[in-house]
Design a binder for this molecule. Structure first.
Ligand code: NAP
Ligand code: GDP
Length: 321
């Protein structure tokens, strides 16, 4: 069966990675990568018009209000409402169009704050999320609830993936919005390139928070390959965690050191403990993924950081910043 796949959020970090992976494949499927210019998905009439135009058989649903710790802390109400609206419009319209499959994106940051580790797919609804991002978390958790309801109604396979922290080319580098890796890339680039009168050895790069929190990071191109596999071969409604191994977890300070290395930055790195740390860790198990897809090889973290830094430098004029 030839698929027509609508990718909502197709112009963002993950959407662009999917587009790159699709271009490398020889496929007769039709792909449509939609951004907000193709329709505001918080508005039902615009969502319906997009489905009428594309007539998708399958949907990869990425569109969301997305951001790092500090953006979430300041905007819980918007994260909750916008994402609730987008998700209901996208899922219900897919249901009404008889779409065969929808793969939506949750996140490891929606899991309970107080939990045992490692976190697995059965724990999504076990307790309140971290206070810093409760708006985003509850909106995302409800995708899983809604997926179950569609399955109960008529057996639709609307499912979800749970990625850890994602980074790569086409990321959102806006410092007030961004996640830690694009945020640090933006700030280090600025530090190196402005104030050329100061010697680089005398410059100081500031890590927000203690630098101690632990995170798992997935390269966007790896995630894109795994999402394609989910679209084609994973037929359960239950979510699946798409993350690197638990042993690949790194501290925020290590992330700063890797970015500094990629820039060949010669100055000092300090931590500003007056800024928030967020959740200390969200260590997630990828056992389910490893069992179903044992042959998958993740990209090397430092190499992917190098590629992302190079992409930012080469695309500085047009990057989201
Ligand atoms: P992103 O780069 O910020 O891209 C967001 C996408 O959503 C863009 O294509 C944007 O369109 C679109 N969008 C936002 N609001 C919209 C609206 N009202 N109507 C239509 N389109 C709208 O996000 P991302 O990092 O690729 O995230 C993709 C998915 O992964 C999201 O569901 C996110 O929650 C999830 N996720 C992300 C991370 C991470 O670390 N980034 C981690 C775990 C899960 P425009 O470009 O036109 O604005
Ligand atoms: P999270 O993984 O969902 O918590 O979100 P982020 O990707 O924003 O990572 C947040 C962690 O990185 C926290 O411990 C922050 O204190 C730390 N951090 C250090 N520097 C930065 C920065 O420049 N931007 C962001 N967003 N976080 C930073």
């Amino acid at each position: 069966m030839t698929k027509t796949v609508l990718v909502t959020g197709g112009t963002g970090l993950v959407g662009k990675a999917l587009e790159t992976v699709i271009k490398e494949r020889n496929t007769s499927d039709v792909w449509y990568f939609a951004g907000s210019k193709d329709g505001d998905l918080t508005v039902l009439t615009e969502t319906k018009a997009l489905y009428e135009k594309v007539k998708p058989t399958h949907v990869i649903h990425l569109a969301a209000m997305v951001g790092g710790l500090f953006y979430n802390m300041n905007n819980n109400l918007d994260f909750l409402r916008k994402n609730l609206q987008i998700n209901d419009n996208v899922l219900q319209t897919a249901f009404e169009h008889g779409c065969v499959k929808v793969v939506s994106c949750l996140s490891t940051c929606i899991f309970p704050d107080k939990t045992t580790y490692p976190i697995d797919e059965t724990m999504v609804h076990n307790g309140p999320p971290h206070d810093s991002n409760f708006g985003y978390s509850y909106a995302k958790r409800l995708i899983d609830v809604q997926n179950r309801a569609y399955f109960e109604k008529n057996g639709s396979v609307f499912t979800s993936v749970i990625p850890c922290n994602i980074f790569g080319p086409h990321d959102n580098f806006k410092p007030e919005v961004s996640h830690v890796i694009p945020g640090m890339i933006y700030r280090m680039h600025k530090l190196i390139n402005e104030d050329t009168a100061t010697k680089e050895e005398d410059k100081v790069f500031t890590v927000f928070g203690s630098g101690k929190p632990l995170r798992q990071f997935i390269y966007s191109l790896d995630l894109a390959k795994l999402m394609l596999w989910v679209l084609e071969d994973y037929d359960k409604v239950d979510p699946i965690i798409l993350s690197v191994d638990e042993s690949d977890e790194v501290t925020i300070l290590q992330v700063a050191a890797s970015i500094a290395k990629a820039f060949n930055f010669k100055g000092k790195i300090v931590c500003d403990t007056s800024k928030a740390d967020g959740q200390y860790k969200k260590t997630a198990s990828n056992k389910k993924l490893r069992t179903l897809k044992p042959d998958f090889k993740f990209s090397n973290f430092e190499e992917s950081i190098n590629t992302s830094v190079k992409w930012f430098i080469e695309n500085y004029e047009t990057a989201r910043k």
